[in-house]
Design a binder for this molecule. Structure first.
Ligand SMILES: Cc1ncc(C[n+]2csc(CCOP(=O)(O)OP(=O)(O)O)c2C)c(N)n1
Length: 537
């Protein structure tokens, strides 16, 4: 007897090395869930499908395979828009599978029927229905499409009825990955050498299009040639940000004015894997950039006249020749001003209730002083993301995760769960605002239940402070950007997680150190003032 479609789907996922599927069930996916269990694929039960999709994508990207999220039809499937959009714009490999009404149900059966394929087609590169006829082809194809660079998304539906139908063949078709055609390395390195020979203020800007496997080569090349380097937020850690040649993080984080000055001051900008999907201004289209791309950028875009080049091959070729010129830290003064910003602590300020607040720079410095270099940091979206994005001193590749192509709130905590499952030995730290925390704090219970402990820092300012600051910047009336307090410590306590609140940097550092040593989850509420954030932007 041939296997059911559900069994063949589960087998295809297991055969592809998928060991965990994240999600939240409904009646229509129970058969598939059961087949996944039988195939040895764990189901990570979460509290919201959007959170499950985000955790899955981070888990997948860290494990060099697609993350998989499974939901029911209708409302569960509708909740997939955020994680699919995020993964699509942030180059994270994510396969979403949901149930759907069978195609041949009468048209009058409108209950929970949504045009899901049409809705998700624009944010995925592959959409298909799993049937007995297609299961052997569409599941491996969807997985392969997610892993084609830039990493992307796929969406499959499987009706509860079809799940029980026999699969026509258990033999799965192998899908060969589409390979990119590369330009000659020599041509690219000659052009680069020519440009660098004349440059007095070169700046290498590394972006999302680099493969973390090339981190060692990149570091070596930059070191050998003594080249100044900046990164975009999503590749923080590809170079050691405590190194002398590190200039800063470009594209919309704190100290952005300084970073834009650095870009404008450079006479030779090298966009190494630079993807404008992270850039919220237009300098990438206005300044002359030597693009060195290995794969197309999000949306399949490649700047006019630019060919693709194998980064590893190019870096090996560059390192074999001596630096074409010498540069004496041309951005030294700017680098100093960036450091000074973090330490420009004003008089201690008070929060709205007159309580003490902590200077945001001290939060970063206190945590950086105790967390080991392999710590994975995730952030949510808001002022705190700008702070950590610019100033967290990332030292190792793949240790910093934020939603930046989409910039969607409710990412940080879910991403921390995916990261901890993928890297159980690394400490994980989620930095979130009190607005974002209230969107998905319930996932703290998930983390406890599945044994994925991490530290959560909640920066409490009683507002959607980034939006408040934006209102102030446009000289608009303050309007509907402040909210009442929800007690962070009680929220954590309700989810079974230890918590404390402090405005003392030493107490913050020692609490974080203890949580790392004990391998326990801990939530730390830190009162901050949005006026302080403004000094950093
Ligand atoms: C899902 C989603 N909704 C709305 C926004 C717009 N937005 C960007 S930042 C922000 C404020 C976030 O507030 P909070 O989490 O408290 O962080 P803070 O800015 O105070 O650090 C909002 C509402 C968004 N990016 N994502």
């Amino acid at each position: 007897m041939s296997a059911t479609v559900a069994a063949a789907t589960a087998r295809a996922l297991a055969d592809a090395g998928i060991d965990r599927v994240f999600g939240l069930p409904g009646g229509e996916v129970l058969v598939l869930m059961d087949e996944l269990r039988r195939a040895g694929v764990d189901f990570v039960l979460m509290r919201h499908e959007a959170n499950a999709g985000i955790a899955a994508a981070v888990y997948g990207k860290l494990r060099k395979q697609p993350g998989v999220v499974l939901t029911t039809l209708g409302p569960g499937a509708a909740n997939l828009m955020l994680p699919l959009s995020n993964a699509y714009l942030d180059q994270e490999p994510l396969l979403a599978i949901s149930a759907q009404i069978p195609d041949d149900f009468p048209p009058s059966h409108t209950h929970q029927r949504l045009p899901l394929h049409d809705v998700y087609r624009p944010v995925t590169r592959y959409v298909a229905t799993i049937t007995g006829q297609t299961v052997g082809d569409v599941v491996p194809r969807a997985l392969a499409e997610c892993m084609r660079r830039p990493y992307g998304t796929a969406y499959l539906t499987l009706s509860a009825r079809e799940a029980l139908a026999p699969a026509v063949s258990d033999t799965l078709h192998a899908v060969t990955q589409v390979s990119d055609t590369y330009d000659g390395t020599t041509q690219v390195s000659d052009t680069l050498l020519g440009a660098l020979r004349k440059a007095t203020r070169p700046l290498v800007v590394i972006g999302l299009g680099v493969d973390p496997a090339n981190a060692k080569r990149i570091r070596q090349w930059l070191h050998d040639w003594n080249l100044p380097v900046a990164v975009t937020p999503k590749v923080k850690g590809i170079v050691d940000e405590t190194a002398a040649n590190f200039v800063g993080v470009v594209s919309g984080m704190a100290a952005d004015g300084l970073m834009c000055d650095a870009l404008a001051a450079s006479d030779c900008l090298i966009g190494f894997g630079l993807d404008p999907v992270e850039v919220d201004r237009t300098w990438h289209a206005e300044l002359p950039i030597h693009w060195i791309l290995e794969a197309p950028n999000v949306g399949g875009l490649v700047p006019p006249g630019v060919g693709l080049v194998d980064h590893a091959e190019l870096l090996d070729a560059l390192m074999a020749i001596p630096s074409p010129a010498t540069w004496q830290a041309p951005f030294r003064e700017l680098q100093q001003r960036r450091c000074d910003m973090l330490n420009a602590r004003p008089e201690p300020s008070r929060d709205g209730d007159g309580g003490a607040t902590m200077w945001p720079g001290d939060i970063v410095s206190a945590l950086a002083s105790v967390m080991p270099p392999e710590t994975i940091v995730t952030t949510d979206v808001g002022s705190h993301k700008y702070l950590f994005g610019q100033f967290w001193p990332s030292r190792e590749p793949e240790t910093f995760w934020m939603s930046n192509g989409l910039s969607g709130m409710a990412y940080g905590l879910s991403a921390a769960i995916g990261a901890k499952l993928a890297r159980p030995d690394a400490p994980v730290l989620a930095a979130v605002g009190d607005g974002g925390f209230s969107m998905n704090a319930q996932e703290l219970e998930t983390a406890e239940r599945i044994g994925a402990p991490f530290i959560t820092i909640v920066l409490e300012d009683g507002s959607y402070s980034l939006i408040k600051i934006s209102q102030q910047g446009r000289k608009l009336e303050p309007y509907r950007v402040e909210f009442g307090p929800i007690d962070t410590v009680k929220m954590a306590d309700a989810c079974g997680v230890d918590a404390l609140r402090t405005s003392d940097p030493d107490e913050l550092a020692s609490a974080a150190r203890r949580a790392v040593e004990r391998r326990r989850s801990l939530v730390i509420g830190v009162p901050v003032s949005d006026a302080d954030y403004r000094r950093l932007f």
